[in-house]
Design a protein around this ligand. Sequence first.
Ligand SMILES: [Fe+2]
Length: 140
Amino acid sequence: MVIKWKDEYSCYDPVIDAQHAKLIDLINEMNDVAKLVEDGIDSYDELVSIFNELKDYAVYHFSHEEKMFEEHGYDSFNIKVQKIEHDNFKNKVSAINIYDLDENQDETVRSILDFLSKWLDHHILKIDKKFGEFLRDKNE
Ligand SMILES: [Fe+2]
């Protein structure tokens, strides 16, 4: 599965939505490059650079969200859940050494894309949407 934007992903906040859309774009860009790699076209450096960009952008996005939680007085339990999610993602992603792929390169890249897509889908629908609803209800 490679994630695609759908309306259901809206968290009722244009900045958070734009950041999620950017993460989805980067995953799709990585998928396009993965296809070239599968076809035997040497695009490995590009793949690595998109992966690194995605990691950096995710960290930026998490810190933006974490600032918003404090600013809007999100409750401490949900902030804790969010921070655990963010830390798990950072740990998992930093454990991936994309340079260190074995002979099963295609399969490894596929599994990274699968992980990123599923993680982001869960992060948006189950974790951030809750914060979005909190913001929306607060502004009503
Ligand atoms: Fe998010």
